[in-house]
Design a protein around this ligand. Structure first.
Ligand SMILES: [Zn+2]
Length: 423
């Protein structure tokens, strides 16, 4: 079908008659996967019959008619030459294993994140160890296991540092957190990482402004923070090594071109701890403008689903920190935030605002199907008979929920009445 509609489909895709054939094909591709011109982590199969596909039903979000066959992730053995520390933009210190370069899944890998010091302890990693390295989700290199039996006695244990490797400030660890952080907001490493993040693809997306140029701008005192980027003129850039008149002009123009920015990207650019792309988008959708977010209380922020206590507090604290206030004001004076249009609300369904609980066995639907139908029509499906439930749908052999609903005086309907309701 894809081909006849003009989509490119893979030449390996095919139709099978028996499940054994799929397994055979899967084994063959797994063997040959390194030779393929692209990287894959498995195969996807689907029933080639729409009626059968529907009959197979859905578990949660996953249709039973479509199944992914994953390959065993590839691993390789190499030596951990050393463990170095990397300071991130939030000050988090991440230990990184430097590896003897090794090919895993067709890519040469020389560094692998160790996540945190608990992980080093859990795996018992020492510098000089031989380790099994894989790629998380077949992408990000990670150390999976240490082969302790291969130790020579020369391996060195890895100590948790007392100081930031860059600014030498005493590092801290908050209760309940696994990460150690450099608390110095003037730490050169944090400053740099913040600006790298700021110009990155997901944030201000400034073309041609890579880490090397940022390092030079900082070294030469041309910028102190990300907001200063917008003051740079062509003439400031020409003296930089390897810059000519034209390239300086291009970069200055690229920076100015990003002065007008969408609200979610702007929020990401602030570098608020725990605020990633999804939270930024949710905040933008909920509040619509930056002023409302700036003024929001922790309770206001927590009203957004997906934003919990920790994230809400982090946002609230960020806007009330004296140092951040200065940066925020500086940035607001230099950029324009595009008017943020809230996406149109979903059309209101028949059951909008109504909350349902289903108990017992229904004839026409599985409970899952009935719930999906309710949600499709704008209603809510709940598991518990509580005071705010509008209808309890009682099927055959209803459970304790029916008793509870009676006690609470909820409206109880049978399957027939439910069908009338959903039309
Ligand atoms: Zn530091």
């Amino acid at each position: 079908i894809l081909n006849s509609l003009g989509f490119k489909s893979d030449k390996f895709s095919r139709i099978f008659g028996k499940s054994e054939e799929i397994l055979g094909f899967w084994k063959r591709i797994e063997k040959e996967r390194e030779k393929l011109p692209f990287q894959i982590d498995g195969l996807v199969t689907a029933i080639d019959d729409n009626d059968l596909f529907k009959k197979a039903g859905v578990v949660g979000k996953a249709p039973r008619g479509a199944i992914a066959f994953k390959f065993t992730p590839e691993e390789a053995t190499t030596i951990i030459k050393d463990v170095v520390l990397q300071v991130g933009r939030t000050g988090v210190i991440t230990p990184i294993a430097l590896l003897n370069p090794i090919k895993i899944g067709g890519v040469v890998v020389s560094r692998a994140t160790l996540h945190n010091f608990d992980e080093i302890q859990r795996l018992g990693i020492k510098a000089g160890d031989t380790a099994v390295v894989g790629r998380a989700g077949d992408v990000i290199p990670e150390v999976r296991k240490v082969l302790k039996e291969l130790r020579t006695g020369k391996e060195k244990s890895i100590k948790i540092p007392a100081q930031c490797p860059v600014c030498k400030t005493k590092i801290v660890k908050e209760p309940g957190e696994t990460a150690y952080r450099c608390p110095n907001r003037n730490c050169p490493a944090i400053k740099k990482e913040k600006i790298y993040h700021f110009v990155g693809r997901a944030v201000f997306d400034i073309d041609g402004l890579g880490p090397k140029i940022i390092d030079r701008l900082l070294d030469q005192g041309l910028i102190q923070d990300a907001a200063d980027l917008f003051d740079l003129k062509q003439g400031d850039l020409i003296p930089l090594p390897r810059f000519a008149e034209k390239s300086a002009e291009n970069l200055a123009a690229a920076i100015q071109a990003r002065k007008t920015i969408e609200l979610p990207r702007f929020l990401m650019g602030l570098g608020i701890f725990r605020v990633g792309f999804e939270s930024a988008r949710d905040l933008a959708q909920h509040f619509g403008n930056i002023e409302a977010i700036e003024k929001a209380s922790i309770d206001d922020l927590k009203k957004i689903s997906g934003i919990g206590e920790k994230v809400a507090k982090s946002i609230y604290d960020w806007f009330r920190d004296e140092y951040n206030k200065i940066f925020f004001k500086k940035l607001m004076n230099r950029v324009a935030i595009k008017f943020y249009k809230k996406p149109p609300k979903k059309p209101i369904g028949k059951l909008a605002g109504k909350k349902f609980v289903i108990t017992g066995i229904l004839k026409r639907f599985s409970r899952e199907q009935a719930k999906n139908k309710i949600i499709e029509l704008g209603g809510k499906a709940s598991e518990n008979a509580t005071q705010d439930v509008d209808y309890l749908v009682a099927g055959k052999e209803p459970g304790g929920k029916l008793e509870k609903a009676k006690k609470l005086g909820l409206k109880i309907i049978n399957e027939r009445e439910f069908l009338d309701l959903i039309g």
